[in-house]
Design a protein around this ligand. Structure first.
Ligand code: 13P
Length: 250
């Protein structure tokens, strides 16, 4: 079965609720009648409600969640909370969360399990550092992050997921991976999922490339057989540049 492409913006810690509402009003006009791909944005928690209320076609994703349902975890947000706001996707394991907030593969596995129990699709981020890339360790990092972050998940659960391969050296640097590198790594992600599960699961899982994706390079990634979309930081913040990306993938 053909995989539907999925293009998701990741706003990170940007946009107040008022700014989020303004963006939503601008972008929704672009999306009307466009079914070439699934399009979405990952937004800060306080923006989620206004984004959901203004979304007609756009998927609204949270940028994180806690794997526990409730309790004494100051500052955290649970899956039932996201569910009630109307969230359908959630980014987990972003390299910024792994680096600054000590998020581990084990956390990712627990978060993915909990999200899927409520039918929220996890967008699991993986990717190597520049030092690991230079040392030729990319394949080992991909395989070990996948094994750890998918631990305990069934083939049926993994088939519903989105996995974003984001080399850390390409995030926010303007130094995007060339399409051969991106395709090879996304293919390795797919082959690893096939090895951990089975052929059908690897063929079903949607894999994004992320790292300095722009209106000028999105097309070349989308032409790669194992790249099913992109996770986009900086270029998703302005309606104009996100619109150019959407237009390039129509
Ligand atoms: P940039 O597109 O700004 O490089 O960010 C990529 C990213 O981290 C998306 O999650």
């Amino acid at each position: 079965m053909a995989r539907k492409p999925i293009i998701v913006g990741n706003w990170k810690m940007n946009k107040t609720p008022r700014e989020a509402e303004e963006f939503m009003k601008g972008i929704e006009q672009v999306l009307t009648g466009n079914e070439a791909a699934d399009y979405g944005v990952g937004a800060p928690f306080v923006d989620l409600d206004v984004c959901v209320k203004n979304a007609k076609n756009l998927i609204i994703a949270a940028e994180n969640c806690n794997e526990k349902d409730s309790g004494a975890y100051t500052g955290e947000v649970s899956v039932p909370m996201l569910k009630e706001v109307g969230i359908t996707y959630c980014i987990i394991g972003h390299s910024e969360r792994r680096t600054y907030y000590a998020e581990t593969d084990a956390h990712c596995a627990a978060k993915a399990k909990r999200l899927l129990a409520d039918n929220i699709i996890p967008i699991l981020c993986i990717g190597e550092t520049e030092a690991q890339y230079d040392a030729g360790e990319t394949a080992d990092v991909i395989k070990s992050q996948l094994a750890g972050s998918l631990e305990g998940l069934t083939a049926e659960e993994v088939a519903k997921m989105v996995i974003a391969y984001e080399p850390i050296w390409a995030i926010g640097t303007g130094k995007s991976a060339d399409e051969t590198t991106a395709e090879n790594c996304c293919k390795l992600v797919r082959d690893t999922v096939k090895g951990l599960y089975d052929e059908a699961t690897g063929e079903a899982v949607r894999i994004q490339y992320g790292g300095s994706v722009k209106p000028t390079n999105i097309k070349s990634y989308m032409a790669c057989p194992d790249i099913d979309g992109a996770l986009i930081g900086g270029a998703s913040l302005k309606v104009d540049s996100f619109k150019e990306i959407i237009d390039a993938t129509k």
